[in-house]
Design a protein around this ligand. Structure first.
Ligand code: NDP
Length: 480
């Protein structure tokens, strides 16, 4: 059994209490490692280590910080296979996906922010013949970073990299369900020469470790990605303490297809945007709206393709979908399929657990599921399912589909398929969404602002937005 350790003050440690939690491989349903069941005492030690490291790290200079972060990026790349296998064993996702997306992206996150700080500048405001203002940007102190299980290392590093690059020290918590690659990252940080206490990783449960981080009086800035209800709990603690917060939360993203779209591109990409990572990406589209003249043709071709997707052992190249993250999550997703049926939905394909023979016979797999016949405002079409389940329905007019698309409490991402340029711009402006993809999906440029509106979040990450989030601006005014 592998033993995952906390990374505090440069050392790999068990929890203060000595208690441990079991960590499962979702593809086999078996416990394969243990992680520290940490509590507020471990968080306290981590915060004090970070506070001790802060004075030196915050003035280390951008070149030194950049070099260390680049070294971390290199080491992740050099250990790609080890990281990819660890991510797959921990999360259940196909190995090809971990290898192609999750781990390379984690390395890019470090590389991007290691170099971004070299090119970042602050503003000046000149008042003619009177005064010169300039903005100083300083690191804030100890940043709390809390991340979810769906893209474990990818999202963990998306927060940590800009926080460290800008000179903050960090106390971070990965999801207790997928802690392994964060542990491997600790080992790499030690090898890369990251000074002790600059990054601290405390493993354990959300209501213990996560709550201790978000409520800690010496952590003035919190970056959180996860569910909307957890985001609300964190905000209820952190807001009265006047902490700076970035909350990246849930979604219920619309996929809108007009009859004039490029059919093949729309079809192939919608299969991806519906079921990539078993539908467990906050950016996956879970409601597909198709203009009526195209509806039957698209539906039939889509269902055909989805029915052919192989659900299987994540280690096999041919498995398009693999395990969902946990038994509890599988049961939640299956319960939504039952709800959809009660609400009058017609299951066009999938609709049940998938059995995978051999080493995965006790694993947690779900067949990709397409449901039609549901009204836009039923629970299935309003609540986040976060699994391989999509609904499909026709629409007649732009106004109607905008109303459907904007009807949920969420507003993270939307995908639009049309070759009508004017309509594309008009719709993009009217969609209640932090991100709109036109004739594409998940085409990511790390320089762009990333985040949601309504209950999908508060604030933006990505690009220079993250550098600004993790620094405090100060205006200095000089009388001329
Ligand atoms: P959760 O909100 O359950 O958990 C996210 C993290 O918060 C975990 O590390 C969790 O720990 C921790 N946590 C739980 N309770 C608390 C608490 N009271 N205080 C502080 N931290 C706490 O989300 P999931 O892990 O289930 O992730 C799925 C969700 O994440 C979906 O809603 C998805 O849409 C969203 N998401 C949003 C993204 C975005 O960019 N907008 C991107 C990816 C996912 P533990 O695991 O131990 O419970």
């Amino acid at each position: 059994m592998q033993q995952i350790k906390n990374y505090i003050n440069g050392q790999l440690l068990d929890s203060v209490s000595g208690k441990k939690l079991e960590n499962c491989n979702p593809a086999t349903g078996e416990v394969y490692s243990f992680l520290p069941d940490s509590n507020e005492k471990d968080v306290e030690i981590a915060v004090q280590s970070a506070l001790q490291a802060f004075p030196a790290w915050s003035v280390a200079g951008i070149e030194k910080r950049s070099n260390i972060l680049l070294k971390i990026a290199d080491l992740i790349e050099q250990n790609l296979e080890k990281f990819a296998l660890a991510e797959t064993n921990d999360n259940g996702k196909p190995l090809w996906l971990s290898r192609k997306v999750d781990i390379p992206r984690a390395s890019s996150n470090f590389r991007f922010y290691a170099t971004a700080i070299l090119h970042h500048s602050t503003e000046t405001h000149y008042l003619e013949n009177n005064a010169l203002n300039y903005t100083l940007r300083s690191p804030i102190g100890v940043a709390g970073c809390i991340s979810p299980w769906n893209l474990p290392l990818y999202l963990f590093t998306w927060k940590i990299a800009p926080a460290l690059a800008t000179g903050n020290c960090v106390v971070a918590k990965p999801s207790e369900i997928t802690p392994m690659t964060a542990f491997l990252l600790s080992e790499i940080c030690i090898e890369a020469g990251l000074p002790a206490g600059v990054l601290n990783i405390v493993h354990g449960l959300g209501h213990k470790v996560g709550a201790a981080i978000s409520g800690h009086p010496q952590i003035p800035v919190i970056s959180f990605t996860g569910g909307t209800s957890t985001g609300a709990q964190i905000a209820s603690v952190a807001a009265p303490m006047f902490k700076k917060m970035s909350l990246e939360l849930g979604g219920k993203n619309p996929n809108i297809l007009f009859s004039d779209c490029n059919f093949e591109a729309a079809l192939n990409t919608t299969v991806q945007s519906s079921f990539a990572n078993q539908g467990q990406i906050c950016l996956c589209g879970s409601r597909i709206f198709v203009e009526r003249p195209l509806y039957e043709k698209f539906k039939n071709a889509f269902v055909q393709k989805v029915s052919e997707m192989q659900v299987g052992d994540p280690l096999l190249e041919e498995s398009k979908l693999a395990a969902v993250v946990s038994k509890q999550h599988m049961e939640k997703v299956l319960s939504y399929i039952e709800l959809a049926k009660q609400e009058g939905g017609n299951v066009l394909c999938g609709g049940r657990q998938a059995s995978v023979a051999g080493r995965c016979e006790k694993g947690w797999f779900i067949k990709p599921t397409v449901i039609e016949g549901l009204p836009f405002n039923c629970r299935t079409n309003q609540e986040e399912i976060f699994g391989p389940v999509v609904t499909i329905m026709p629409f007649d007019t732009e106004e109607e589909v905008l109303m459907y698309a904007n009807s949920t409490k969420y507003g993270l991402a939307a995908t639009l398929w049309t070759n009508n340029l004017t309509r594309a711009h008009r719709m993009a402006e009217k969609l209640h969404s932090g991100i709109v993809w036109i004739n594409c999906w998940l085409l990511r440029d790390l320089r762009t602002p990333f985040g949601g509106v309504k209950n999908s979040g508060v604030g933006r990450e990505g690009g220079f937005e993250a550098l600004e989030f993790f620094t405090e601006p100060k205006n200095v005014c000089i009388k001329l």
